[in-house]
Design a protein around this ligand. Structure first.
Ligand SMILES: Nc1ncnc2c1ncn2[C@@H]1O[C@H](COP(=O)(O)OP(=O)(O)OP(=O)(O)O)[C@@H](O)[C@H]1O
Ligand SMILES: [Mg+2]
Length: 170
């Protein structure tokens, strides 16, 4: 990574509605081909994030974890592809299962348990790292990996001005 191309910020949310609202703010920046990696423990809020993101894209279908299929597709302003790698044995299995699909170039792809893909995950993406489970507040760290993803930080800054929810640059 070239210095200056990684942008990082942390937001604290205290309820699932706030996590969904954060995701909705970010969805304003979504463009075709975008990739969002959702990382956090069981019950951290990755699917809550996907629900908020999808709602802001205009997805009207109910978004649930795609437990029995590797990928679910929803219609919105852009197509949204929702992948859950929890049951994945290894990256090779994902590739064999057609995880990277040419249709994703036309939409935005959200990947739960993205760390299971390790180096097979494209390097340019938005990382959403969710720390906390249960009733605890969530520390949600957003990392723009690659210059194209800085626009998510701009969308967040615009929304944070309105809500006052943002913590400064950590
Ligand atoms: N601040 C918060 N943000 C998100 N979810 C929260 C928050 N506080 C409590 N919760 C609760 O935590 C749970 C998060 O569940 P969710 O399915 O989104 O997790 P997940 O990370 O997708 O888990 P899994 O790895 O099992 O797919 C929900 O029951 C939600 O109501
Ligand atoms: Mg989930």
């Amino acid at each position: 990574m070239i210095a200056g191309q990684t942008l990082r910020t942390t937001v604290v949310t205290r309820d699932p509605e706030s996590t969904r609202a954060l995701a909705a703010s970010l969805a304003a920046a979504a463009q075709p081909g975008d990739l969002i990696s959702l990382v956090g423990d069981l019950g951290a809020g990755k699917t809550q994030f996907a629900k908020g993101f999808g709602a802001a894209l205009g997805v009207t279908d109910t978004i649930v974890s795609p437990s029995f299929v590797l990928m679910a597709e929803y219609r919105g302003r852009l197509p949204m592809f929702h992948i859950d790698l929890y049951r994945l044995a290894d990256a090779a299995e994902a590739m064999a299962g057609g995880l990277i699909d040419e249709r994703q170039a036309e939409g935005v792809t959200l990947v739960e348990w993205a760390e299971r893909l390790a180096d097979a995950m494209p390097a340019e993406r938005l990382d959403v790292l969710i720390d906390g489970t249960g009733d605890d507040p969530r520390r949600i760290t957003l990392v723009a990996e690659g210059p194209g993803y800085a626009r998510y930080m701009q969308a967040l800054a615009a929304a944070a001005t309105a809500t006052g929810a943002k913590e400064s640059g950590r």
